[in-house]
Design a protein around this ligand. Sequence first.
Ligand code: DI6
Ligand code: FE
Length: 402
Amino acid sequence: MHFDRLLTEARLATLVAGDDGYGVIEKAALGIKDGRIAWIGPMDQVPGEADQVDRLASRWVTPALIDCHTHLVFAGDRSDEFERRLGGESYESISRSGGGIARTVAETRQAGAAELAGSALSRLDALAQEGVGTVEIKSGYGLTLESERTMLRAARGVQRASGMRVSATLLAAHAVPPEYKGESGRYIDEICIPLIREAARDGLADAVDAYCEGIGFSPEETRRLFIAAKAVGLPVKLHADQLSDTGGAKLVAEFGGLSADHIEYTNADGVAAMAKAGTVGVLLPGAFYALGETRLPPVAAMRAAGVPMAVATDANPGTSPLVSLLTAANMACILFGLTLPEAFAGMTRHAARALGLQDEIGTLEVGKAADIAIWDVERPAEIIQWIGRRPLHGRILAGEWQ
Ligand code: DI6
Ligand code: FE
């Protein structure tokens, strides 16, 4: 076998599901051919030559990390709302008085795709420096046909400019815009559903999401969106049961959804439905933390039922101003009780599943994309233990050092 690149003297945490939780292979080598993993095994049994050999001096190697829920594309700033919340005002009350999502919508509508991609790239850079190789980016701050398209184009632009893999999600049902106040049904008919059809036809988005909440869309409205998405073959996911139990997790599972996200208020029925459908539970501790929430997601119930759990930043200018996936993982352990192997799986294997990319990324396995993170640590636990340390040595994406 001839490799384009061979990584050797490596300690692999393949994150393939198994007994130790990490899928460890010590004294390992990993061969790359045409951007994909072509061979993995003991370094003294490499079956061939390579154009380039990189000796990793016993560094730890994991799959490149995956942030499977972000709102990285937006314009403007809401730090004054942070001050209001520190003063005791609630997120819901700020939202109802024209702040929150509506505020970012007003600013995002003024921006072009290039400007939006530019500001998103600076935030993305923080994630890249922590070993992230794939991000999901949602629309949802445009809320017109044109402005939602612009956001999705900006997400595609971020992919081209960053060399990272970007999964774009249509979130037109993020909020009811002011011009449709009190007419959410008409907004869904005139904006959301046409955009779903267009996104499928033109390849603008890879999935459809909605904000199912008292201050967002009702379960009945969400169901209509999911029917439309299903009809054009787009997978669905949902901001579900974050501030109240609306049965969102159960609803998205009913549609075979990729993921139910937030899920603090998800009940036993919801967990059972997710387990049955294989829907990933995406934990977003940044929003939980920043909003000062106290209701914990049903981690033990999901663990017992075998629901795959992912961890993401939910990076957004309001409820989760967080561009550190490693901090999210640390919070998921400390605040939600994840084990370290669960937190790693949540940023790799299960995050890939939450994007429908489980055959392509998320583990170190022969045949998958050579998307790899290399770490300057003695033990994998250090990667999550520390906050703000960034122990990344380097990233390889599609077989190339970044
Ligand atoms: N994700 C969201 O989209 C909303 N909450 C959340 O966790 C709100 C985003 C925002 O305030 O801009
Ligand atoms: Fe979100």
